[in-house]
Design a protein around this ligand. Structure first.
Ligand SMILES: [Zn+2]
Length: 392
């Protein structure tokens, strides 16, 4: 081990990691946990007992014997505990319940009018979580469903001050600036509510479901808006206030530089986001109403839409090249609705290789986020699960 390995290594075998190994099936016994963590059997036993006492792990009958007494198997409880999760987007919200291993139990998509303001939108989404928990087969398994809810994780499509759960200067969210999401929710439910921005939740969800073995990763979320989440030394990196990874107002080369909602011009978001592509196409006289329409045009090989998608991909690649040179991740993955847009992805990749140091791209994986539409609620659930485990 080198000194550089120390921060991640200090986490090895912590309660969260023990729980995760059991949840993912990597470990089914104390002996497995001891082997994976390198911790002594007595330390593992102590931590496992604490997790069992908190209801986060359970013992389920006997496993296979390797001679002598048959070991008891460990499992994440499938009855009696769920977390609620909300991934709020510009026009839709994904709402779900997940078990303590981070597996989606129920999920649905609701239409949302963000301009109705935070009270109306969040009030309706919290009510939906309560309804889902009431219907939840996992939550109902051990009696009262309401008691089963351990916490709610909420993703917001704008900057969130992490310590307070307050929204700060979001684009395209009129009436939400300064709104204290955590306090509003705390007044309506009596479980912990954790708020973060949607790109961070996508990063966490994607990292936990694929490549959790890699310590350094950058996830770009390219949908109506554009942002990114950073995994550093195996953990979500938020920086001092929670704005780490917010690349939306980084300036890119664009002529003419389109005006941005922030008051500047030439921001990445004003050039490469889904909203920017809609605006640019309309400016060229193409009657397109939303991102779905833009993606359809690109899929149909429309010349103007494809050229704009390539330009957007170059802009994302330019910013990402700075990030990759600076941060040296092992994987860069792109998610969100624009991730399926082939011309954008191709020019992003080309720009990245052109602008990065060879050492930074030698083994760099450049991928699509594979986790699908539940990646945000999966990240939201993991935030809560980590909180519950830390509190234990
Ligand atoms: Zn801007």
């Amino acid at each position: 081990m080198t000194i550089d390995d120390a921060p991640r290594d200090a986490l090895r075998g912590g309660p969260r990691e023990l729980l995760r190994w059991v949840a993912t099936g990597a470990a089914v016994s104390r002996a497995d946990l001891s082997r994976l963590s390198g911790l002594s059997p007595s330390t593992v036993s102590q931590r496992v007992e604490a997790l069992i006492n908190q209801g986060l792990l359970e013992e389920t009958g006997a496993g296979r014997s390797r001679g002598g007494r048959r070991p008891r198997q460990l499992a994440v409880p499938t009855g009696g505990a769920v977390v609620g999760a909300v991934d709020l987007g510009a026009h839709h919200a994904r709402v779900g319940t997940l078990d303590l291993s981070g597996r989606v139990v129920q999920a649905r998509t609701l239409p949302v009018r963000i301009e109705d303001g935070p009270e109306a939108v969040l009030g309706a989404l919290l009510a939906e979580v309560t309804t889902l928990v009431g219907d939840d087969p996992v939550a109902s398994a051990d009696g009262s469903a309401a008691d089963a809810l351990r916490g709610i994780g909420i993703g917001i499509p704008g900057p969130v001050q992490h310590a307070t759960g307050r929204i700060v200067s979001p684009s395209r969210m009129p009436g939400w600036n300064g709104f204290d999401v955590a306090a509003f929710c705390a007044g309506r439910v009596d479980v912990p509510v954790i708020v973060d921005n949607d790109a961070n939740l996508m990063a966490l969800g994607a990292h936990r479901t694929a490549h959790s073995e890699l310590d350094h990763a950058v996830y770009i979320k390219a949908g109506t808006g554009i942002g990114s989440g950073v995994i550093s030394s195996g953990r979500l990196h938020r920086g001092a206030q929670g704005s780490a990874g917010d690349i939306s107002h980084c300036r890119v080369v664009a002529d003419p530089a389109p005006p941005c909602t922030c008051g500047n011009a030439g921001c990445l978001e004003a050039v490469a986001s889904g909203a920017a592509l809609v605006t640019a196409l309309r400016g060229q006289g193409v009657p397109v109403s939303d991102l779905t329409g833009v993606i359809r045009l690109i899929d149909d090989g429309d010349r103007q839409a494809t050229a704009l998608a390539r330009q957007a991909g170059r802009a994302v690649g330019e910013i990402l090249a700075v990030v990759v040179n600076f941060f040296n991740p092992q994987v860069v993955a792109i998610g969100g609705r624009l991730a399926d847009c082939e011309p954008l992805l191709a020019s992003m990749r080309a720009t990245l290789y052109e602008r990065c140091l060879p050492l930074a791209t030698q083994t760099l994986l450049i991928e699509r986020v594979a986790a699908g539409q539940d990646v945000g609620i999966t990240g939201a659930a993991h935030l809560v699960i980590d909180h519950v485990v830390a509190a234990a």
